[in-house]
Design a binder for this molecule. Structure first.
Ligand SMILES: Nc1ncnc2c1ncn2[C@@H]1O[C@H](COP(=O)(O)OP(=O)(O)OP(=O)(O)O)[C@@H](O)[C@H]1O
Ligand SMILES: [Mg+2]
Length: 342
């Protein structure tokens, strides 16, 4: 894993070749041209968008940041957040690995990664002790993005792991042995607190919790936080909740702003100022085996994930985030974390 402190050079260009406009050039008074369907043109638009949006060199972490995307509540946006944040970070020039730790394999699907039963997968790593290097695949269309896919075999792993040596730390060992230069590893967890999620919590340093702006948003979070505490106390002293991301935010409803306010009053600085809007484009992208960043780079969903990635990168480097894109409209609060959560 990388250990050299450095700043990224110019943001990597995922699509070499001519561009239709120079980064940062203001051409936005006209109606934008229709979205082209070819992957190349999508990617070209995306590159322009990403560079123009960022307009700055984002800091890369001195060491690989291993972020566990967890919430045992189902359907809150874990997978969506994992793949779109990972793509956004890669488009900002980082090298990023997504580890799909959910037997459903949704992250693998969304990244366009083959994950039928015969494909070498994270199951082989966890249960058979196969090196991570042998299962990682490059993600098509996004330079610097890689994925360790999940196959259906993983559904049995929770039980198979029970009888294995060092059952909680098998993923940690695999990551430590993976000597590739990476800036970020994002682990997509299943909606449970079983051995797969425990493996992720032991392997990572940071927990990223996506919270859906809906009724009962905080339900069950106390249990997740207690698990984080237990893993920190016994297995991984460096583990902490570093990031909370509000997802599926609908600024038109009072409910969404109330939930956002409640989350910000329970969790303080950990809550990103950027939140992710409810967006049809975000929900459509996986069925095309794409992230929203390549599916519709100019959409609000793509821009919000790019902005969240920017905020995460700046915060990780201890730099101030200027709140450039207030997609959420929600207020920032510095109340202390996790008080009173059930
Ligand atoms: N911002 C969004 N706007 C619209 N739809 C979204 C958004 N985020 C996620 N979705 C949709 O909500 C559903 C659940 O999202 P996702 O699969 O990311 O959740 P999850 O927490 O990974 O679920 P699971 O617990 O089953 O793994 C998906 O259909 C996804 O496309
Ligand atoms: Mg999921």
């Amino acid at each position: 894993m990388r250990s050299d402190a450095n700043l990224a050079g110019p943001v990597a260009d995922p699509v070499p070749g001519p561009r239709s406009e120079s980064p940062g050039e203001d051409v936005s008074r006209e109606t934008p041209p229709p979205v082209d369907d070819t992957p190349f043109e999508h990617a070209a638009r995306l590159a322009v968008q990403a560079v123009g949006r960022a307009g700055e060199v984002l800091p890369r972490p001195a060491q690989t940041r291993v972020m566990v995307v967890a919430n045992q509540k189902g359907g809150v946006g874990k997978t969506t957040t994992t793949v779109n944040l990972a793509a956004s970070l890669a488009l900002h020039g980082a090298r990023v690995l997504v580890i799909d730790l959910d037997p459903q394999g949704n992250a693998s699907t969304a990244l366009g990664i083959d994950h039928h039963a015969d494909v070498p997968s994270i199951y082989d790593v966890l249960v058979e002790g196969r090196p991570l290097l042998e299962v990682v695949q490059p993600v098509p269309d996004v330079e610097g993005l890689f994925c360790a896919p999940a196959t259906i075999d993983l559904a049995g792993a929770e039980i198979e792991l029970v009888s294995l040596v060092a059952r909680e730390s098998r993923l940690q060992r695999a990551i430590q042995a993976y000597q590739q230069p990476l800036d970020y590893i994002l682990i997509d967890c299943p909606p449970s607190l079983g051995l797969l999620t425990v493996n992720a919590l032991v392997a990572g340093a940071e927990v990223l919790i996506p919270i859906q702006c809906e009724y009962y948003a905080l339900e069950g979070l106390g249990q997740l936080l207690r698990n984080v505490d237990l893993v920190r106390a016994h297995l991984n002293p460096g583990l902490h909740v570093s990031t909370i991301l509000l997802t599926m935010y609908d600024g038109r409803t009072r409910l969404a702003s109330q939930v956002a306010e409640e989350v910000r009053s329970h969790f303080g600085n950990e809550v990103l100022r950027t939140s992710i809007p409810r967006s049809v484009r975000i929900s459509e992208a996986p069925s095309y085996g794409q992230t929203v960043l390549t599916y519709d780079p100019g959409s609000s969903g793509a821009l919000s994930y790019l902005e969240a990635a920017r905020e995460i990168a700046l915060r990780g480097a201890g730099m101030a985030y200027d709140g450039h894109a207030s997609m959420s409209g929600a207020q920032h609060s510095t109340a202390s974390m996790a008080e009173g959560i059930q």
